[in-house]
Every structure is written in structure tokens, then in C-alpha cells.
Write a protein that binds this ligand. Sequence first.
Ligand code: MRU
Length: 347
Amino acid sequence: MRSVEWDDGAVKMIDQRALPWRLEFARLETVSQVAESISNMTVRGAPAIGASAAFGMALAARETDEVDMGALLAFLEQRGELLKAARPTAVNLAWAVEQMLAVARSGECKSPDELREAMLLAAQDLADEDVAVNRRIGARGAALVNDGATVLHHCNTGSLACVEYGTALGVIRAAHEGGKRLHVLLDETRPRLQGSRLSAWEMEELGVSYDIIPDTAAGFFMNKGEVDIILVGADRIAANGDFANKIGTYQLAVLAAAHDIPFYCVAPTSTVDLALGCGDEIPIEQRDPAEVTTPYGKAIVPAHFKARNPAFDVTPHRYLTGIVTEHGIARPPYAENLARAVDGIEI
Ligand code: MRU
């Protein structure tokens, strides 16, 4: 089942806010609705928001009956900005919008109808490619996970976070499907609980053994020798290998180093932003403090209590054992090896 797809003139996506209790779908008919669904996390996860934005651009091309190609392109550029502004950290969002604008800017389509068709095909290709890339990542990463291993995982990086299959959870899935016996410790991932709500739901679907753990218990399990390897995703990887991922990743990386546990980031090359030299340049989304004080509408403190809610943190590359991509596992020097992977060269 795909987390997002084109459905007869609309974008259909799993409403990730309703899981694990209900499997519901949202059907979006305007690009503004797609942007809103990205901001409010109906859809979330870097590759999934990229694919949603690509379909959103296909929708944008249908939203206007503009006949002048120049005016149509200007409209698409403006709608692209709306989508890009929906969430700032995951570069897959801007990357996907740019992929779609490249179709419009190429000048290859001679009429608005031709362009509408080409943009829909491009969005569908981007979504199909995401699934294919994830499967390649899974196959490469599975070799890192030994039979009998306990894997620690943060946030949700599975089928839901991508179009299908997943990145770090895709590696776990590939190892499981390859017959390895695994146990997964799932950080619950406060405040939005992507680990306990979404990753656990995916583990149930796949039949992988798991336990949800409080984020604050990760060090406890590492110290007891119960963690063999840590796999996390990424929202943006700078040229030097520093990467932004769900808040709480940085503290896992530091703990992993202290306990000498292999720590891998798993991501497609569409998550690499070679325009940024290091992690300090990655924009970090600050979300509504109400997500901390009133998770899922349930107040746990009085309304006037103060909170802060950075959605991501940056892990310096020195804590990484490697970065698993569809073109192989990048190891130091990351600047050189990531650039090769982005060029499609096997590393
Ligand atoms: O805020 P979210 O749920 O969109 O954050 C998701 C993550 O941080 C994931 O680890 C990342 O996007 C990679 S998903 C394959």
C-alpha cells in the first residue's frame, strides 16, 4: 500500500494522524490542501512529503485554465513556493518541487495540456523511483544487520515515511524478509510519537519483533549491552555528512559513540543537499509548543505552561559509522563519497 498516490484527479494519502487506531485516507483536490496536509503532518517523512509535493505540482497544473505557457509557468513557480514553505527542514520537499518545475521550464511541452500530462507522468515516475530506490537501500543496508541482532530505531522511516518500503525501517524489513531474526527497539519519539504510533504499526504489519521504548530509555538499553546497531533516517544531509533528523537523533549518536555501537544514517541521495557545507546551515523547523503540552489534543499541563518544540536536530558526521544510500554505503571522507553517490556513482 502506498502512503501517497494519484487518484483520478486528486492526491490520495494515508492520514498518518489517525494511525494506529484507524487507517484513513485524505483526498486532496487543490495544491493548497496538499501544502496544508504537509504542514499539519497528515503526511510526514522526508520522501513522502517530497512525493506529495510532486503530485501537488501536478495538481497545480490542473488548477488553472491558463492558456499562455509563460503565465502557466509563473503560476507553477508560485505554487511551488507555497509547497516548499510547508516544512523547511526536509530537502526532499524542495527537491521534488524543483524536479517538477524542471519539466515546466524545459520548454519541451508545446501546450498547457501537454504540460499537465507531462507533469503528472513526472510525479508518478518520482513516486515509482522512490520505491525502487528504497528497495535498493534495503538490500544494501541489510548486510549490516546480523542474524539475531537488536536494532534501535528512531521516529518512523518506513513505508509511511516514503512512498512505500522505507529507508532505515526498509533496511530492517529487507533483513527480516531475508530470513534474519531481529528485534527492534522503537523510540516512541516525542512529541508526535511517530515511533510508537507509526513504526510499531508497521512492525505489526510486517511481523517483526519489537518493543516500544521511551526515548529516555535508549541509553539504559545501550548500557546494558542490548543494542547491536542503530539505524535512523535523515531529512537533510549536508555535503560534509552532518545530517538533520527527528529531534532526539543527536543524543542517540552521542550515546552510540560512548558505547561503541555502530550508528548508521539511511537515506536516498535525494536527501543530500550538496549546496550546504555543514549541518549548521540546515534550517530547523520549530513547531507549535502545543504539540508538547497538548499532544493529540490531550492537555498534560495547564495551557499557560511554556514549552519549546524544535522538530529536528543536527548530528555531526563524526558520530556516524556510515550513510547507507541507494548507491552504496558512504564512509569518510563524506564530502567526496556523498558527492559521488549524488552523481549516481557506486561507492
Ligand atoms: O517530522 P517528521 O515525522 O516528518 O520527521 C521524520 C523524520 O525525521 C524521518 O526520520 C526522516 O524524514 C526520514 S523518513 C524516511
